[in-house]
Design a protein around this ligand. Structure first.
Ligand code: PEP
Length: 255
């Protein structure tokens, strides 16, 4: 059975104190909810990871990283390795976010290496991908997503898939207030699951969680999450407000 997940990507927001306050607020509100096996995840920026993690009392809110370098260590100024993350207890990392691809030139090839590093270190990846508006308008979105997934993930072995979460994030919907309709999300998620099934079989495809990301809000979360191939969300803006984030978590937990 695949897991429902609601993950908040805080991006380059929140200083140290604000991060800890937000995480603790989420934790205390989540304690009053029946999460119904929904994983609740927050992704603070690197310098706040350990403080946030240490401030949380139990495992009801997981703390994950927003990125990671593929090399073991070395002369990569400003970068963070898998071993560094693990040394502070971080086991999961978001990879391939569209902002990383667009502003920091992360290629499919580099992302395949990062995925390998995650697996070598027994970590988990939340792997993001999605088409830009021109691809959607020219009806090329399925091809783009297929290519992104194949290039970064189709060298994996069957057993590796237990360490992979997929996050479909149409770039035109990220931070724009524009959301894919529940039907657009479902169509793409079903396509992705079939794509994984075509190479790895139904059991693996059925077990992989596929998150939707792109302007998810409390007001639209339930409708999107209720689609059969949508297993939760990767949330940007709305994850910075405790009430909005809790609304989204509640939508997932209620399913
Ligand atoms: C994101 O950046 O992953 C994201 C989905 O952002 P937002 O929810 O703000 O669109």
């Amino acid at each position: 059975m695949r897991t429902k997940i609601v993950a908040g990507n805080w991006k380059m927001n929140n200083n140290y104190e604000d991060s800890i306050k937000l995480a603790k607020d989420i934790e205390s509100k989540a304690a009053n909810l029946n999460l119904n096996n929904t994983r609740v995840i927050v992704a603070p920026t690197f310098v706040n990871l350990k403080g946030v993690k240490d401030s949380l009392g139990n495992a009801s809110v997981e703390v994950v990283a927003q990125n990671m370098h593929q090399a073991k260590n070395g002369a990569y100024t400003g970068e963070i390795s898998a071993e560094m993350l693990q040394s502070i207890g971080i086991k999961t990392v978001i990879l391939g976010h569209s902002e990383r691809r667009t502003y920091f030139n992360e290629t499919d090839e580099a992302l395949a290496e990062k995925i390998n590093t995650v697996l070598e270190n027994n970590m988990e990846a939340i792997f993001c991908f999605g088409e830009v508006l021109e691809d959607r308008k020219s009806d090329n979105h399925f091809n783009v997503v297929e290519s992104q997934i194949k290039k970064a993930l189709f060298h994996l072995k069957d057993a590796d898939w237990k360490s992979i979460v997929l996050a479909y994030e149409p770039v035109w919907a990220i931070g724009t207030g524009e959301t894919a309709s529940p039907e657009q999300a479902q169509d793409m998620h079903a396509f992705i699951r079939n794509l994984v099934a075509s190479k790895y079989g139904d059991a693996i495809a059925d077990n992989v969680s596929i998150l939707y990301g792109g302007s998810v809000k409390p007001s639209n979360a339930q409708e999107i999450f209720s689609k059969p191939d949508v297993d939760g969300g990767l949330i940007g803006g709305a994850a910075l407000n405790v009430d909005d984030f809790m609304g989204i978590i509640t939508a997932a937990a209620n399913l």
